[in-house]
Design a protein. Sequence first.
Length: 476
Amino acid sequence: MIVIGGGLAGLAAGVALAEAGWQVRLFEQRPFLGGRATSYVLPSGEHVDNCQHVTLGCCSNLEDFYRRVGSSNKIKYFDRLVFVDPQGRRGEMQAGILPAPFHMTGSFATFAPLTLADKLSIARAMLDILRAKGHPRDLDEKPAISMQAWLERRKQTKGAIERFWRVVLVSALDEELDRTDARFGVDVFWKAFLSNRSGYRMGVPTVPLAELYDGCKLAIEQKGGEVTLRAPLRGIAIENGAVAGLQFDDQRIETADAYVLALPHATLNELLPDAVRQSDPGLRNLGKMKDSPITGVHFWFDRQVMDEPFVTLLDTHTQWIFNKTMLYGVASEKVNSEGSNGEAKTAKQYLQMVISASYDLIPKSRQEIIDLVLQEVRQALPKSREAHLVKATVIKETAATFSPEPGVDQWRPQQKSSVEKMFLAGDWTATGWPATMEGAVRSGYLAAEAVLRSAGTPRTFLQPDLPPDGLIKLFL
């Protein structure tokens, strides 16, 4: 069994198949595992995530994957979400004593950044989702409607859209509302905020992302498999409708009984022969799927400027600030400054900022982005105004996720392809979820199940969604 790709999708498929008794050989082109959700060491020595990734209580398969590879204790869950607007008003979202779907009523009622008109319009839209049991009829329209259009139909105020719906959904889906299929947007609120009182809880890694995958390599190797890094796939040999082998550097060919290709959709589209793409409806439209960018900005300050583990900013380019020093439990660290003398200075606090769907930042220079984000951080965190910025870096992921644009599901292929022995994994495949870590793990589990069904040894790895509770359970 060969798995190509050491991101979450490939790792989930590899670990599952190893558990099922297959000898897995996993190849990854980078020198580390984790794909787009990983971390690495900068040339100056700092260990940074390529972008902060989080999980939610409703991500049942990601939780299962972390358990399988021994990383559950490296995720810390938070019940309170803090929001700050440019005027300094704070709002909090936290479940109260009421059962779902009313568990957020108390914090929502006192959410200062929203006006009464904003809250009433949001409540009407939420009631519409509840009445439809999570699936309003217009989500099935052809052509599919955008989340922006869905909200406008429900007469949402400008403040409600910008300070509530957009804040949550752009971060969750990495796309602007007018480019997002309404089905994905409604799903986020149904699964994370309405159907279960713990679905919204945010889990944040307490270690650099790469450390979450230490157990993956071990899980595969303990079952007789192997993990090979710095091994980019160069070609796919297909003969008589079946995969005959995979080509690597130096014309080396590797063969197996089955192949799981956990590659980005654009990469797979380039590697597949034209005849194969055109003959398979599931592969023919890979080129129509678009990508969305994410930008991560990292600041090291000479003093403590933030007391919360993370905050969400409203009406700014910067959407999230993560207090990495608090999350990692590190008091201070030596940081190599980029000043003229290049000496190491002590940083008391390390923050990471996240900007999803960062289209307007892609053409900007590193320094322009740093200046913009620093201004917003200093506006949101008063203690940072007198602090010295010891070091800063910017990481742009121009193809961070596939874009969940309206109707994109029609182009997402199943995990079992029409090519014999070839199976697909990746958050862009048909998972029912958008481009999230949960979606990536789901795709890996589904690919493993497809391999086992084809081999006549079916087994289930996919976990059910977080079950409804409270009054929602009775309502359903």
